[in-house]
Ligand binder design. Structure first.
Ligand SMILES: Cc1ncc(COP(=O)(O)O)c(C=O)c1O
Length: 448
């Protein structure tokens, strides 16, 4: 903070905050009562008002190793002194090729070609474009429809919000992409509340419904189905047992590509390298971002099966095979941070630690059952969602209240409406999990 901004802040004016239009934030409320992180280290943020806040949301589902990991910082500093930027079109640099190999080795089957982008939103839109173009190149140009899911989140690009299913992210933005349909969300609070992990229920009704949607449009018009393995931004909702396996079978049977959005589930969140491995399912396309380089520099990717890549290569014998890309695709700084991050994951047993902690975390999260306002708790790996009862006529108000009261107890989580989400840093231990849950417990008790 400069002396001027500090002075303005001290005078209580907060004028210096006004120009910045903040994303997914109630700007007026924030600017009246700002939360400014000046510094971070390990599990903690250090704020402008001298507080030390436990980051129990891993940044925004992205700092899976905590903040300013020394090995990541070192790699980034070295990269800056070597190659700041390299033209992404028609030129390459060593680390981006290396990184593509490291990533493809972590995903099952022949998911081994990686298209780099700069965010989860770009990854989703890239995956949708690849799916439609692939079908066309294969001679199935009528397959242009996309199927998403109610309550799904695939970022904020027009593709992502079209296949996404969160009402506020869609309703302001016109008619969106044409030819999109949605499946039912496989979670019913009435029958599944307080489920631990995956619910043991019959998934066939969901598959029957999907078969109905496919029959309505005819499979020959459908390019792809896209889902999150567990819904993260929507509030941590976990699919029932066998859901992902059956989804794979149904899509395959109809020649429909399955895109799995692993922007949150990738890189250890489920106590496994990724959801594809966790569920034993091989999607056709996977999208990743966030944890890929610990949130240190924007980066994401769409990973495709060999057959998809080969189709593009063979269909276009000369020239550009896919008319798509971003100035910052595979940025050297992002790639350097990513290589360091992936090395730490591999060498320091981070995924195994996350798996070990997940049973303790489940127990801790579910200990909130019976606290005021709590009507549901869900969890998988190191992610948990807690839903509070909506205040009459004020959806989201109580969730925000609990979030703020938890923050007063020096712990940062996230509220999305009346769903509160916890995503501990993967290297946290029992003490930090306890601190998180106790702060949330106090928050629930203090909220009106
Ligand atoms: C499943 C999923 N897809 C896409 C995105 C969008 O990522 P970004 O904010 O990097 O565009 C998110 C962000 O939370 C996400 O959870």
């Amino acid at each position: 903070m400069t002396n001027d901004t500090q002075a303005a802040n001290n005078a209580g004016k907060n004028d210096w905050l006004q120009s910045y239009w903040m994303p997914f934030t109630p700007n007026k409320a924030f600017k009246a009562n700002p939360r400014i992180n000046e510094r971070a280290e390990g599990f903690y943020y250090h704020t402008s008002d001298g507080r030390k806040i436990l980051d129990s949301f891993s940044g925004l589902w992205c700092c899976n190793l905590g903040h300013r990991h020394p090995k990541i910082s070192e790699a980034m500093k070295a990269q800056i002194d070597e190659l700041d930027y390299s033209n992404a079109f028609n030129f390459g640099h060593p680390k981006v090729f290396e990184m593509a190999n490291v990533i493809s080795a972590q995903f099952p089957g022949d998911l081994d070609h990686v298209f780099f982008v700069n965010s989860g939103s770009e990854a989703a839109d890239t995956a949708l474009k690849i799916a439609i173009a692939y079908q066309r190149l294969k001679g199935e140009g009528t397959r242009t429809r996309l199927i998403g899911r109610v309550n799904g989140y695939h970022g904020v690009g027009f593709g992502g919000i079209s296949v996404g299913g969160m009402v506020n992210n869609r309703k302001f933005f016109g008619s969106l992409l044409p030819g999109v349909d949605h499946m039912t969300f496989p979670y019913d609070m009435g029958s599944q509340a307080f489920t631990r992990g995956e619910a043991d229920i019959d998934v066939e009704p969901f598959m029957k419904e999907l078969e109905g949607v496919i029959a309505l449009h005819d499979a020959s018009t459908i390019a792809a189905v896209i889902v999150e393995p567990f819904a993260g931004s929507g509030g941590v909702f976990v699919p029932p047992k066998n859901y992902m396996k059956r989804l794979r079978e149904v899509t395959k049977k109809h020649g429909i590509l399955l895109i799995v959005d692993e922007v949150i589930s990738g890189f250890g969140r489920m106590g496994a390298p990724n959801a594809a491995t966790y569920f034993g399912v091989e999607p056709d396309i996977v999208t990743i971002a966030k944890g890929i380089n610990n949130g240190a520099v924007p980066m994401g990717a769409a990973i495709v099966r060999k057959e998809i890549y080969d189709t593009f290569m063979e269909a276009m014998p000369v020239g550009v095979e896919f008319f798509h890309g971003y100035t910052y695709s595979g940025h050297p700084l992002a790639a350097a941070a990513a290589l360091a991050t992936q090395q730490i994951f591999a060498e320091e047993g981070v995924y195994d630690h996350a798996k070990e902690m997940s049973a303790y975390f489940e127990e801790a999260a579910h200990s909130l059952k019976g606290e005021p306002h709590v009507i549901d708790i869900r969890n998988i790996g190191l992610a948990a969602g807690v839903t509070v009862e909506t205040r009459a006529g004020a959806p989201g108000a109580r969730g925000t209240d609990v979030f703020l009261k938890t923050y007063e107890n020096d712990v940062a989580i996230r509220a999305n409406g009346d769903n509160l989400a916890i995503a501990p840093i993967l290297t946290m231990g029992k003490a930090e999990i306890d601190q998180t849950i106790e702060a949330l417990r106090k928050g629930l008790r203090a909220a009106a």
